[in-house]
Design a protein around this ligand. Sequence first.
Ligand code: FMN
Length: 266
Amino acid sequence: MDIGNGKKLVFVEMKMLHWPDSMATYLTGDNILFSNDAFGQHFAVGGLFNDTADQCLLEKEAMKYYANILNPFSSFVTKKLEEIKSLGLPIDVIAPSHGVIWRKDPLSIFGKYAEWADDYQEDQLTIVYDTMWEGTAAIAHEIAEAAARVSPGTAVKVFNCSKADKNEMMTEVFRSRAVAVGSPTVGNDILTSVSSTIHFMKSLKFRSKRAAAFGCYGWSGESVKILKERLADAGFLVADESIRSMWKPNDEELASAEPLVRALLG
Ligand SMILES: Cc1cc2nc3c(=O)[nH]c(=O)nc-3n(C[C@H](O)[C@H](O)[C@H](O)COP(=O)(O)O)c2cc1C
C-alpha cells in the first residue's frame, strides 16, 4: 500500500503468531517491521529500545514469552521466519505490539526464535513437585543432589509447583532436556497443583524432553503410575525408573535417585 513520501506498507500474514488473524506490517524507507505479537514480551523498559534494557532480563523475558505463548506454534514460527527472510526486506527496526523495540542488531531476535522453535533445550533438569508433609520434597531434593553428582555440568532447578510462578516454571521446563515430576498419592490420585502443572505443560506442546515420576504414598499409592501416564500424554519421553516411597523415603529409595537421573540425563 502506497502511503506517500515514496513509502509503502507491506502486509505479511502472521497466522497463529499467535492468533489466527495476526498480521505484521513492514514500512519501506524506514525499514520497520511492526511484528504484532511476534518478538514481543510481557515486559516494559523506560528507554523503550532493546539496547536500553538489562540484557539478561530482556533475554529471559523474551524467552518466557516464547515458552508460554508461542511454543505451541513453533512450526508456524519456523515457516514464517523463512518467509520473511525470503522477502529480502531490509529490517532496521522490529517493533512488536508489546515489549521492547528492537533497534540494535534487530535480527538477533530472529536468530533466537529460530533456535527456540527447533525443539529448544539446554543442559538442564527441572524438578517440579508438591507435597503435604515433605516426603515427596525430600525425594525432589535428593534427585537434585544426585544430578549434581552424576552430571555436574547440568543446571538443576527445583520448584514446589503450589508456590512457584507458573510462567517462570514453564520457562525453565522449556529450557530443560528433562523433567522430574513428583506428587504424593491423595484420594487415589495426584495433588491438583501437580495435575494442573502437567496440564499446562501439555498445552505448551513441549517435544523431545525426557521425564520421570516420583512420590510418597500411605497405602494404595497410585501417584507414580498416574504421573507417568499424564506425562506421556503431555508428550514427554517417560523413563521406566521412578521413586515410590511409603510415608517417608528410606535410604534405599533415596539411593535410587542416581539411576533415575542417569535415565533422564544419560
Ligand atoms: C487427604 C489425604 C488423602 C490421602 N489419600 C491417599 C490414598 O488414596 N492412597 C495412598 O496411598 N495414600 C494416601 N494418602 C497418604 C499420603 O500419600 C502419605 O501421607 C504420603 O506420605 C504423603 O506424602 P508427602 O509427605 O509428600 O506429603 C492420603 C493423605 C491425605 C492427607
